[in-house]
Design a protein around this ligand. Structure first.
Ligand code: NZQ
Ligand code: ZN
Length: 385
């Protein structure tokens, strides 16, 4: 195991009827900006509960944060924070709204061009407004981490940033708030969380026994609950397990001290930026192809993953690896998510376009070995056609 510094200050309040606890979680003298997305938070009554819990505090609202939140939209919220001298943000929504809040929190304190926050990957962030979240979509883990992904619509640029200053102070996780989610978003949540675990687990062995077993347990949980999560009626057991598993998938715990990949995510971000494919859906396209192309470098972990998560223990190593990649692909397909570019009518010209984007964003040494250069990304994308 390598050296690590594990830091996570986010408080989690989990369970039914927990939104009322905002009354205590948000500082009493806070001047609050509630951030939300489109119509869902109002329609489901979540915003009404939030407003009620905030009571007599000064509360302003900023809606309209879109999936894959844009710099252009979020700068409107930054202007509102400054204009109204607001000092606490409350994100009510999924990963996009929470990521948006992280950006607004950092940008409100940033001197100079805030796009610089993305260009430096967060290194230019020296402080940020405090914020909390109310999660309505289990998927990204943003509710308990310090990462955020923002899109500059003008140039189709989707870039991540990280900073110790943008951990949420708290996140309220009420699984009943997921009952209104459409099947598509539930499937996205399962797959995004699954791939987050894989990105931190499926690299090469470093004798991190607990991280491996945690990761395998989380993967098995997602596989086990998927049929219930995708079922006709919402049930608390599967939704609460999805919510906590997705949070644990990307809160630093399983990634502590282990090599990490993230090539699937970086290539996926370009597919979203160019073709507006949902984040999780891009991952389902890239990951099976990447595992196939990287099978030699990931051999030991692929065999371990196949045996421990999918029970694949017989046959030659090559057969077991093929079966393992197939099981992964089938899992994504089983929740209705396609795993080929062709499902989105994308062919060779899209491969060239994604490669050009990767190059212009400096994504030329991806993966746990830094060996996913443009040539390897090309092979991965061609395998995914
Ligand atoms: O906009 P509204 O009307 O609220 O509808 C949203 C949105 O259209 C809807 N929704 C959310 N909660 C709902 C609901 N509909 C009904 N009932 C509810 N309870 O769901 C749609 C998608 O929401 P979004 O927030 O975009 O989805 P998700 O949580 O999957 O977030 C995706 C974003 O997170 C980034 C992605 O790149 C993408 O931009 N990621 C952030 C990460 C992080 N911060 O650590 C890691 C991830 O890898 C990911 O990159
Ligand atoms: Zn993701």
């Amino acid at each position: 195991m390598l050296n690590f510094d594990f830091y996570n200050p986010t408080r989690i309040v989990f369970g039914t009827d927990t939104i009322a606890t905002l009354a205590e979680l948000v500082p009493h003298d806070a001047r609050v900006l509630i951030l939300f997305g489109g119509a869902s938070a109002e329609k489901t009554g979540t915003l009404a509960e939030v407003r009620k819990a905030l009571g007599a505090r000064v509360v302003h609202e900023f809606g309209g944060i879109e999936p894959n939140p844009s710099f252009e939209t979020l700068m409107g919220a930054v202007a509102q924070v400054r204009g109204e001298q607001l000092d606490f943000l409350l994100a009510v929504g999924g990963g996009s709204v929470i990521d948006g809040a992280k950006f607004v929190a950092a940008a409100a304190h940033h001197e100079g061009d805030p796009w610089n926050i993305l260009q430096t990957g967060g290194a230019s962030v020296t402080s940020a407004l405090p914020f909390g979240t109310v999660l309505t979509l289990p998927a990204t883990g943003s509710e308990m981490n310090n990462g955020s992904v923002i899109t500059l619509k003008a140039s189709h640029t989707k870039l991540p940033f990280r900073s110790p200053h943008v951990f949420p102070r708290f996140s309220v996780l009420d699984p009943t708030k997921t009952y209104s989610l459409p099947q598509k978003q539930l499937a996205n949540g399962l797959v995004d969380a699954f791939v987050h675990i894989v990105e931190q687990y499926l690299t090469y062995p470093v004798h991190a026994l607990a991280q491996d077993r945690f990761a395998e347990g989380l993967l098995q949980t997602l596989v086990e609950i998927a049929p219930q999560v995708m079922g006709e009626t919402a049930d608390y057991t599967s939704r609460s397990n999805l919510m906590w598993t997705a949070t644990l998938a990307l809160n630093g715990l399983i990634g502590a001290g282990v090599p990490q990949d993230w090539a699937t995510h970086m290539i996926g971000h370009e597919l979203t930026a160019l073709y507006d494919i949902d984040h999780a859906r891009t991952l389902a396209i890239v990951l099976p192809a990447l595992l196939h192309v990287q099978r030699d470098k990931k051999r030991q972990k692929l065999l371990q993953y196949g045996e421990r998560v999918w029970g694949i223990a017989s046959g030659s190593e090559e057969q077991r690896i093929d079966a393992t990649i197939e099981a992964t692909r089938n899992f994504f397909e089983s929740v209705g998510i396609p795993t080929r570019l062709s499902a989105y009518d994308l062919a060779a010209p899209a491969v060239a376009a994604v490669l050009a984007q990767l190059e212009s964003h400096g994504m030329t040494a991806l993966g746990e070995h830094g060996d996913v250069d443009l040539a390897l990304s090309r092979t991965i994308l061609e395998t995914a056609l």
